[in-house]
Design a protein around this ligand. Structure first.
Ligand SMILES: NC(=O)c1ccc[n+]([C@@H]2O[C@H](COP(=O)([O-])OP(=O)(O)OC[C@H]3O[C@@H](n4cnc5c(N)ncnc54)[C@H](OP(=O)(O)O)[C@@H]3O)[C@@H](O)[C@H]2O)c1
Length: 186
């Protein structure tokens, strides 16, 4: 059986998934893992079988690893697929590079997830997937901060997308919101 395709994000109350300059500092150097209960993060990571990541998200992740080599933001290990038009320098044997049709990329990554969920990371990539009706669920960790400016949940241009609320739970200082994407009701 196939897993779900999930857009999984932490987001400020005013709708930003990163700050200005792609900063992932949610206040006083705090990362997502500093806000969410570790068990909840571990549960979501355990349900995840693969990730499909946009190139800018990848680059922000690499920058964060350089700045905080011991940072453990998310306890996931599994197949990683990177959507990009450019090769990685140096190449990374741990990641599979995909380009072109986002539907084919999602199918490839979902297959590799082995029946678990596929996480979609990146505002642009998530918008492409939502636009194509490829997303089953949206999971948002709502963080108790107003950023004022930064990277929006999706770039401008996404058509209205109806969502069905599934759950809303407090986790540490965050609120976890789950929605099912209503695929037929745009
Ligand atoms: N808060 C959170 O939980 C969370 C989660 C994920 C990401 N983020 C943030 O979101 C921001 C990044 O989002 P973004 O919208 O700027 O970029 P993105 O979606 O991560 O990456 C977009 C890039 O991916 C490549 N790409 C996308 N679709 C492609 C396709 N079909 N074929 C080949 N390449 C493709 C292109 O790069 P090239 O053409 O240059 O190769 C494109 O410019 C970062 O600040 C990141 O930290 C936050």
């Amino acid at each position: 059986m196939s897993g779900k395709v999930v857009v999984n994000r932490c987001m400020s109350l005013d709708g930003f998934i990163a700050g200005v300059g792609h900063s992932m500092d949610w206040g006083d150097g705090r990362s997502l893992a500093d806000f969410v209960a570790p068990d909840d993060l571990a549960e979501v990571a355990a349900a995840t079988g693969a990730m499909l990541v946009g190139r800018r998200t990848w680059e922000v992740g690499e920058r964060m690893k350089e700045e905080q080599p011991d940072g453990t933001d998310y306890p996931f290990s599994g197949p990683m697929f990177l959507l990009t038009h450019r090769p990685l320098e140096p190449p990374d044997p741990e990641v599979t590079i995909l380009a072109g049709d986002v539907g084919e990329a999602v199918a490839t990554a979902l297959d590799a997830a082995g029946g678990k969920d596929l996480e979609i990371l990146g505002a642009d990539v998530a918008a492409q997937c939502l636009q194509r009706g490829l997303v089953d669920e949206v999971l948002v960790y709502l963080l108790p901060v107003l950023l004022g400016d930064g990277i929006r949940f999706t770039p401008p241009g996404l058509a209205r997308t109806a969502l069905e609320p599934l759950s809303s739970t407090r986790s540490g200082e965050a609120t976890m919101l789950r929605f099912r994407v209503r695929k037929q009701s745009r």
